[in-house]
Design a protein around this ligand. Structure first.
Ligand SMILES: Cc1cc2nc3c(=O)[nH]c(=O)nc-3n(C[C@H](O)[C@H](O)[C@H](O)COP(=O)(O)OP(=O)(O)OC[C@H]3O[C@@H](n4cnc5c(N)ncnc54)[C@H](O)[C@@H]3O)c2cc1C
Length: 445
């Protein structure tokens, strides 16, 4: 890109996830390409991996090398700049943000603390698992907050089964306890059984389907508590058939190494497992509550329907880190929070791209209205199910099987389409199909 003029408005987007990366791409290809604004995306990592794929990374069904996108290369093709760094501070009066010193993997400093100025700032730093202050969660549980954590769990999983095949007893099992039976916990449970079936197909000694024992723990009376009951029942049946032990109305009180202390109906108990996974709810990064912006109890930034932060006119927030009460039909009665989903982050990016262009051109902005298209849950190759919302008739349509699988996959394809355009996405789909034929169905490294 050519050297930019100082008069162009500077738009800084912090966080290159489902929302931020889509926004940078849209703005780059509109304002950036026509030299109407200088767009800069900042992320703490060099590559982007779409978060809903993380449970597949854990199980090895997905190769991060194939799906990860390099911010640097993508920015060059899409008329925006990329800076690597981690947001730690904000000076609203001076319109500057502060990035933490950048350290390499040995902890050695690569870059010192930096300050970047902006005319418009977008915060899109996502969310992470919420430990609700429960002792031991951070020290003893795996979480699926980013690709590094998912890869780490994947390697530990492979090593455990290597150990099991060499030294284990055929009648034993590797035990994984997953806390939280929302979409992440449910999808991960099924994906792990898929991985073990593949290990058996590869002839790993002593390993078969029953070599894995997953316990899924949920505080609510049923799994997938925010989805319709009929879906939850079907998912429960599929998981039970796979061998998952589902325990509902159980509250985890404390976590120690390989052990959960739990309470059900006032009865205390403990559960021992080889791996503990925490997938029980999300919170925005706590540092957001130190920036001088209005935040809620889980550190999400409070925004208005124009996606501006309450009380600010040059700072915006989108995606999981933003809190907005909204009604799908645009009415103001009984509004509900926009859910922390890729679907919502994508819709917010779409509207904010239009609004930032409108702001720069002194045009009126459009209020954001969340459009719930439904929810889908993929139980690996065993089942996909969900409910799609027919926006014309305002009806919930229950779907499963091939149609549900297609609808589930289309959410990721839509993300790729926004990032790469039609032809490159088509190329990536074909490359995926070829790769699946040529390579093992499980990543074994
Ligand atoms: C296993 C799993 C399965 C899921 N499945 C689904 C699904 O099926 N459907 C669905 O709609 N949603 C799903 N979700 C939720 C979905 O992934 C999130 O809602 C979505 O990614 C939110 O987008 P975002 O842009 O707000 O944040 P993210 O996609 O999380 O991106 C945040 C970005 O900010 C960067 N960042 C964080 N802190 C800083 C900092 N201080 N400085 C600089 N950069 C920073 C991160 O590196 C990251 O790139 C799933 C989530 C998980 C974990």
């Amino acid at each position: 890109m050519s050297e930019v003029s100082v008069l162009k408005p500077k738009i800084l987007i912090v966080g290159g996830g489902a929302g931020g990366l889509e926004l940078a791409t849209r703005l780059g290809n509109s304002l950036g390409k026509r030299q109407l604004a200088e767009i800069t995306l900042i992320d703490q990592y060099r590559v982007h991996l779409w978060k809903p794929l993380l449970h597949e990374v854990v199980a090895g069904s997905l190769d991060t090398g194939m799906e990860a996108l390099s911010y640097r290369a993508h920015s060059a093709d899409n008329h925006y700049y990329f800076r690597m760094g981690s947001l730690i501070g904000l000076d609203k009066d001076a319109k500057k943000i502060t990035l933490a010193p950048l350290l390499d993997h040995h902890g050695k400093q690569v870059l010192g603390e930096r300050q970047l100025d902006y005319d418009y700032l977008v915060i899109a730093v996502g969310a992470r698992s919420n430990d609700f202050g429960i002792e031991g969660v951070r020290d003893h549980c795996f979480t699926l907050d980013n690709a590094h954590e998912a890869e780490d769990f994947h390697l530990s999983f492979l090593n455990k089964f290597l150990q099991f095949s060499e030294t284990g007893n055929e009648t034993d099992a590797v035990h994984i306890a997953i806390v939280g039976a929302g979409a992440t916990g449910v999808e991960l449970s099924a994906e792990l059984y898929n991985a073990v079936d593949r290990l058996e197909q590869f002839g790993v000694k002593k390993v078969h389907h029953s070599s894995l024992k997953v316990t899924l723990i949920e505080a609510a009376p049923r799994i997938l508590p925010v989805l319709p009951e009929s879906l939850s029942e079907k998912a429960q049946q599929t998981l039970t058939d796979l061998g998952v032990d589902i325990q509902t109305q159980v509250t985890v009180k404390k976590v120690a190494e390989n052990q959960l202390s739990m309470v059900k109906n006032d009865q205390a108990s403990t559960l021992n497992a080889d791996f503990l996974v925490w997938a029980a709810g999300v919170q925005a990064p706590p540092f957001l509550s130190t920036l001088g912006l209005p935040t809620n109890r889980i550190h999400q930034i409070e925004i208005t329907p124009t996606l501006t932060v309450k009380g600010e006119d040059a700072i915006f927030a989108i995606g999981d880190c933003a809190f907005l009460l909204n009604n799908p039909d645009g009415t103001l009665e009984n509004p509900r929070p926009v859910p922390p989903t890729a679907q919502a982050a994508h819709q917010m990016a779409e509207v904010l791209a239009m609004n930032l262009a409108a702001k720069i051109n002194n045009q009126p902005v459009t209020p954001f209205v969340y459009n719930d298209h439904g929810s889908l849950v993929s139980l690996s190759r065993f089942q996909t199910l969900g409910s799609l919302i027919d926006s014309l008739f305002k009806k919930n349509l229950m779907v499963e099987g091939k149609l549900a699988h297609w609808a589930y996959a289309s959410l990721y394809r839509q993300h790729q389409f926004t990032l790469h355009g039609f032809w490159k996405t088509l190329g990536l789909i074909l490359a995926n199909i070829i790769e699946k034929r040529l390579k093992p169905r499980l990543k074994l490294y």
